[in-house]
Design a protein around this ligand. Sequence first.
Ligand code: NAI
Length: 331
Amino acid sequence: MRTVTLINGDGIGPEITDAVVKIIAASGLEINWDLQTAGADVIEKEGTPLPDRVIESIKKNKVALKAPVTTPIGKGFRSVNVQLRKSLDLYSNLRPCKNIDGINTKFSDVDLVIVRENTEDLYAGIERQIDENHAESIKIISREASLRIAEFAFDYAVKYKRKKVTAVTKANICKLTDGLFLECCRKVKEKYPNIEYNEILVDNACMQLVQNPEKFDVMVLPNLYGDIVSDLCAGLIGGLGVAQGANIGKDYAVFEPVHGSAPDIKGQNKANPTALLLSAIEMLKYIGETVYAEKIDKALRKTLKEGKSLTADLGGNASTTEFRDEIIKNL
Ligand code: NAI
């Protein structure tokens, strides 16, 4: 039986994790979940939000399914997510974004993939207080990280029969940092003559995404723009409740939804487990459990399409557990 690290997170994390684990079990697939807690709740006992045991577990099992973990705003501990991505060198953050039948949105032809660099940029949170009235943040972009994320994006395009890769930056202003990122994308594209390549500034990209999202295919971005643009793209397909993601490195992979811990609906049995379930489905494909992945995917899509039992974020009034049970019924 395959062992997979399971980080159930905090906020709505435990509720959606419980739903996903039960759906996978109901599909007939046995997974030995190595449950690892992390985040604010473990600090008191273990002195850190990300104990070594979590990293060790992922190193041993090579793959993890992760629910969101809260990061305090403006103060407090460093993001568990950033630390995890950094310590396991999960350099690519992959966020496919495609319309789902049954979920009504303004657009019906969204089918794009965000490839976000996951280890550096302003998102590394390297900051200091200069004096009472000034603070600074350091934006680091390296040739090595930019080349490998560009390669990941082009390889992905080839593997999944995509046509175009668009590099998204603000290189007109951040001439050195984003300029280096672009230089690397241009170098890598030379090796992929069959994939179309273009470049766009991030502000223009945002405007075009909300007018003509069908124009975009694979998008490759430095870390911070990737973070922001993926939430925008989640909005194009029905919101954060349905936006899946994965952090992939050379040796390890951590599958997690785009959304956060949603403290506003925590503990109310309201959260939509779809984004975590879609991430879990990709995780199952990654470990070779394709038959079960497809079985669960079919049941999920049937449930969403029928629309009898949808959570509030999708306009329904089903609870997390009712939605879960409907998927299990459709398996
Ligand atoms: P959020 O993504 O948690 O929530 C934004 C809005 O979307 C809220 O109204 C929430 O109720 C709704 N929402 C999110 N997921 C949902 C779901 N599955 N079903 C239904 N509604 C859902 O973003 P927010 O509030 O900015 O962040 C909350 C915390 O999460 C912060 O501490 C942040 O740092 C953390 N976070 C963690 C991430 C991770 O662990 N990978 C990713 C993003 C944020």
